[in-house]
Write a protein that binds this ligand. Structure first.
Ligand code: BGC
Length: 552
């Protein structure tokens, strides 16, 4: 058996609810509409909090609900300190927090600090001329002598990352849409303003943050060209393969070392309030290294959201082994937060072509691995990607890259509560994106009535993790693949004797797993796992079978 690595876990585990915790992501536009405008709102989330609490999760993460022109559906903020009227009011938010806390659910909100909307008053002032008090709050640059942009940086959403502004006769940087100008983190006043915004929400009682695009905060102060990335090193982890963004190594447009200094300031603020943050690290080459740098030794954020299990590559046993080997190699003290689905990627049920037993197996796996977990609304119902017709598309990313990449609308369609109601019980009005007719068969009300439904399985595996501290914080050792069979052991972080053996058949055939020596393995019950034969030496696993066993 491999040596037990030191994970640097705090002596006071109660202060670290996030470590190994389960977070449920709510995309507010699509959760529950209470005003009859076809768009979900904060009161809708509050109304559904008992459902979320019954999943047993530790926290919710709510995607942005701040004032916004909604060009990127809230990831373009024009007032960091208010709720967009489409979603409700600050008092609605206060009520949401109070209700969540009453149910034992923590609330994390999504701070989009790297860029604002071009409709933010900071940007409106900044673009006015080159001498105003906020002239240096965004990343402005002169053109090259031939009038072209200052360097070769590309926007993830297509084309150059620079937009010409006629008032300043300069370019400004936007890593995403033209309407999402990047803030200049080299300016201390910008950092202060963003820390103030953070404090505003901490004072309102939030328990933490999801930090959007955390590795994009700083751009190179000399604006150097990114080097080309050779084809053999490219991968489509954060952008589809048809996107030329994958042709560069983004060493200058993002991933700058100065970020660690800012994150230490951010962490000091979090610690004042006992709050936690998960940073979204989008980088196809250095994601795991950055995760290690940003989360190690209490210097930066507590967790980083990893993209490794969000890609189209099938999640084979070999792939899980590779990811954990890489994590142990480059970020042994880092703390990952894993997700299989979110509001940016095709739902994993479709990506990996899973039937219900496959979905059940992966649900068990994510709750058994070392790291924290982010579930995405509807994942607990086993929703597949919705088909959205071109004329119904809303996502500018999909419209730009259609038809090779249809964008992110298919994972953002409304939650389905009832099979019989109008629009799945989401809204009385025509929803902003159509409810998928296929999803109606997976509606919450139907699954509640079926004992063997996936929804109950999600509750069971979330509960399993909650009841077993070793699954939350224990090191993961001996991660091995044998054909489709994946096995690993979770062990007591304090060096005690507790051991949990986990085995998954990530394929459609039959297999057997030999149990590690030591014996006395008792299966964790209530999760539908396979049980050892009477002689306690091996377990038969059918297609997508799994077992989780404790050493007696
Ligand atoms: C969010 C996206 C958003 C982008 C720009 C992300 O990674 O998850 O939905 O479009 O940041 O803010």
């Amino acid at each position: 058996m491999s040596a037990i690595p030191d994970t640097g876990i705090s002596a006071d585990p109660s202060a670290e609810w996030w470590r190994g915790g389960v977070i449920y992501q709510v995309y507010p536009r699509s959760y529950q509409d209470t005003t009859g405008d076809g768009i979900g709102d904060l009161n809708g989330i509050t109304q559904r909090l008992p459902y979320i609490a019954a999943l047993g999760v530790d926290a919710i993460w709510i995607s942005p609900f701040f004032t916004s022109p909604m060009k990127d559906f809230g990831y373009d903020v024009s007032d960091y300190r208010d709720v967009d009227p489409m979603f409700g009011t600050l008092s609605d938010f206060d009520r949401l927090i109070e209700t969540a806390h009453g149910l034992g659910v923590r609330v994390m909100i999504d701070l989009v600090l790297s860029h604002s909307s071009d409709a933010h008053p900071w940007f409106e002032e900044s673009r006015r001329n080159r001498t105003n008090p906020r002239a240096d709050w965004y990343v402005w640059a002169d053109p090259k002598p031939d009038g072209t942009p200052p360097n070769n940086w590309l926007s993830i959403f297509g084309g150059t990352a620079w937009q010409w502004d006629v008032r300043r006769t300069q370019y400004y940087l936007h890593n995403f849409l033209v309407s999402q100008p990047d803030l200049n983190f080299h300016n201390p006043a910008v950092q202060e303003a963003l820390l103030d915004v953070t404090r505003f929400w901490l004072d309102r009682g939030v328990d933490g943050f999801r930090l959007d695009t955390i590795n994009f905060y700083f751009a190179d102060d000399q604006l150097r060209d990114n080097p080309a990335l050779p084809p053999e090193r490219r991968n489509a982890q954060i952008a589809p393969s048809v996107n030329p963004y994958n042709h560069q190594e983004h060493v200058y447009s993002k991933n700058r070392p100065e970020n660690l200094v800012f994150l230490a300031r951010f962490r000091a603020l979090l610690d004042e309030y006992g709050a936690a943050a998960v940073g979204e690290v989008g980088d196809a080459q250095r994601g795991m290294e950055l995760l290690g740098e940003y989360t190690a030794e209490g210097r930066g954020v507590q967790m980083c959201y990893a993209f490794d299990f969000l890609s189209w590559d099938p999640l084979t046993s070999q792939r899980v082994v590779e990811v954990f080997a890489h994590l142990n190699d480059v970020a042994p003290h880092g703390w990952p937060c894993w997700a299989f689905s979110n509001h940016d990627v095709t739902r994993h049920r479709t990506r990996w072509n899973l039937d219900e037993s496959g979905a059940r197996c992966f649900a068990t796996l994510i709750h058994a691995m070392r790291g924290s977990v982010c579930l995405y609304q509807g994942e607990e119902l086993g929703l597949a990607e919705a088909k959205v017709a071109y004329e119904d598309l809303q996502d500018p990313y999909g419209i730009e890259f259609w038809p090779e990449f249809a964008g992110r609308d298919g994972c953002r369609t409304p939650m389905v509560w009832e099979a019989s109601n109008t629009n799945g019980g989401f809204s009385e009005a025509k929803p902003w994106l159509p409810v998928s007719p296929d999803h109606l068969n997976d509606a919450v009300a139907l699954q509640e009535r079926r004992d063997d439904a996936l929804l109950h399985h999600y509750r069971a595996v979330v509960g399993m993790r909650r009841d077993m501290p070793v699954l939350q914080t224990g090191p993961q050792i001996a991660t091995e693949a044998t054909g489709d069979l994946l096995t690993f052991m979770r062990v007591d972080p304090k060096g005690g004797g507790e051991r949990i053996f986990c085995a998954f058949n990530l394929g459609g055939g039959d297999t057997r797993v030999n149990l590690p020596a030591g014996g006395g393995w008792a299966p964790v019950t209530g999760i539908g796992g396979a049980e050892p034969a009477s002689e306690d030496t091996d377990v038969a696993l059918g297609p997508w079978g799994y077992t989780i066993l404790r050493a007696a």
